[in-house]
Design a binder for this molecule. Structure first.
Ligand code: SAM
Ligand code: SF4
Length: 447
């Protein structure tokens, strides 16, 4: 049996895709191994969102030359967004790569791998699809902890934010048959999983763009209805979702969230910038006022909900005033967590064609550092307020710091570390917060 080693970079969606890839290859008779040194094929599932994500992959591909010189039959494939973006160019520049395969072509992997095994041939399979959702494939959970799992509910994106490469690497938005989603969640629950995260680039538009597949037999339901169905599987199954585009976050979702205690109290609401000029330039289709109205709505329906965000420092023409407006917005919303990025110009995007990448690197870096520093203070202040509170924690595993401690998350997605006594992974335990750092709450089990 030939062995495949899959290495994944990038977002949660990529990790979910790797699980689908593993299932396709396992069904085709390949073995899955956990070390590159044992592999006959190494598949690298990549991210193209920022230049540094691509550089990391190129570095890894070059590093693998040494292993290839010892294992002459070893073949390397690059999958996912970077494969889609660069296609044959990638194999011309990295000639130890035997094939590239885009996000909608994974069903063809066994065929491609048969074709290139034992030869010096290079193959590119990068056609995008308007209908593929891999709905019928039961993923092999490669990196799972047996407690929480990702479920892809849609693919692609057609929002065309000016800076973003995703619509070009992942194609048109399409939704997956709701029945297959509910079935996957129920199967996971029956296998002992206690948390599922429904994934899409903009989950709030789930079901709104009908899947044009001729094989589509499912109903077309909107996201709040889907959440209601998944949350109704069992009150012991926690349900999360990512990502919400602020332009589409409506009250009906918040109402459904409020009506199910097992829908987790955490909303990831990427703002990108706090200055009204920027979301317009970025084609985000909301104003800062609209965004803040959505934040107020979340707090109204779900007073204990945590809010997290993504932000980009140094997008085209961003002034000091724009940057200050972002800092002000952070002070106003007081996010529990933020993914903070420096703007990276991506070939093919609207910004690449029409907007100058005119903020010097050191200015981008300084602005990013100011946002990081402020967010650090806010997260610590938010966490300090948690001391003394009690939470239901889903136990996920042994803490990295000490074998004597376990960690889990509360509904708000905050990590809580506590002495384990007899708590079991995959169970819910009541934990009282006793102290905190910026990133973690520390607590003790409540009898
Ligand atoms: N679909 C999600 C949304 O719109 O909220 C986000 C998906 S994207 C994979 C994750 C984040 O990467 C974005 O929210 C944005 O902050 C960041 N990002 C995307 N393109 C970027 C770029 N060219 N430079 C820097 N950050 C970028
Ligand atoms: Fe990119 Fe915008 Fe689509 Fe998110 S919504 S994936 S940022 S284009």
């Amino acid at each position: 049996m030939e062995n495949v080693y899959i290495e994944t970079y990038g977002c949660q969606m990529n990790f979910a895709d790797s699980d689908v890839i593993a299932a396709i290859l396992k069904t085709a008779g390949y073995g899955l191994c956990s070390a590159a040194e044992e592999a006959d094929f190494i598949l690298i599932n990549t991210c193209a969102i920022r230049e540094n994500a691509e550089q990391r992959v190129r570095h890894r591909v070059r590093e693998l030359r040494a292993l290839q010189s010892r294992r002459l039959h070893l073949r390397i494939g690059v999958l996912g967004c970077m494969a889609e973006r660069l296609q044959n160019r990638l194999m011309a520049e990295e000639d130890n790569v035997s094939f590239v395969c885009g996000p909608d072509a994974y069903r063809r992997l066994p065929e491609i791998m048969k074709q290139i095994a034992g030869s010096r041939q290079q193959v590119a399979e990068v056609e995008l699809s308007e209908t593929e959702t891999y709905a019928d494939i039961e993923p092999v959970r490669l990196s799972g902890n047996g407690v929480s799992a990702f479920i892809s509910i849609m693919r692609g994106c057609q929002n065309y934010c000016a800076y973003c490469v995703v619509p070009y690497t992942r194609g048109r938005e399409r939704s997956r048959d709701p029945e297959t989603i509910v079935r996957e969640a129920r199967n996971l629950f029956n296998q002992g999983y206690r948390e599922v995260t429904l994934l899409g680039q903009n989950v709030n538009s789930y079901g709104l763009t009908p899947n044009p597949s001729p094989e589509w037999r499912g109903e077309h339901i909107a996201f709040p209805e889907l959440m209601d169905r998944v949350a109704s599987i069992d009150p012991q199954l926690r349900v999360r979702f990512a990502t919400s585009h602020p332009k589409d976050l409506n009250d009906s979702l918040l109402e459904v969230m409020a009506s199910h205690e097992n829908i987790c109290r955490c909303i990831h609401l990427p703002v990108q910038s706090g200055s009204n000029r920027m979301p317009k330039l970025m084609n985000r289709k909301y104003t800062v006022e609209w965004y803040l109205d959505r934040v107020d709505a979340i707090r109204r329906y779900l007073p204990d909900c945590s809010i997290t965000t993504d932000v980009i420092a140094g997008f085209s023409t961003e002034t000091e005033e724009d940057h200050q407006a972002t800092l002000d917005l952070f002070r106003r919303v007081r996010y529990d967590y933020a993914y903070m990025f420096m703007y990276s110009l991506r070939e093919g995007t609207y910004a690449w064609k029409h907007l100058a990448d005119d903020i010097p690197e050191e200015v981008k870096k300084r602005r990013l550092n100011e946002i990081i520093a402020l967010q650090g203070e806010i997260a610590l202040e938010n966490n300090r307020k948690e001391v003394g509170r009690e939470y239901e924690v889903l136990v996920e595993g042994v803490s990295h710091r000490s074998k004597e401690q376990l960690f889990g998350r509360n509904s708000q997605n905050k990590v809580i570390v506590f002495d384990h006594r007899d708590a079991e992974v995959g169970t819910y335990r009541r934990v009282k917060v006793t102290s905190c750092t910026q990133a973690t709450l520390l607590g003790e089990l409540v009898q």
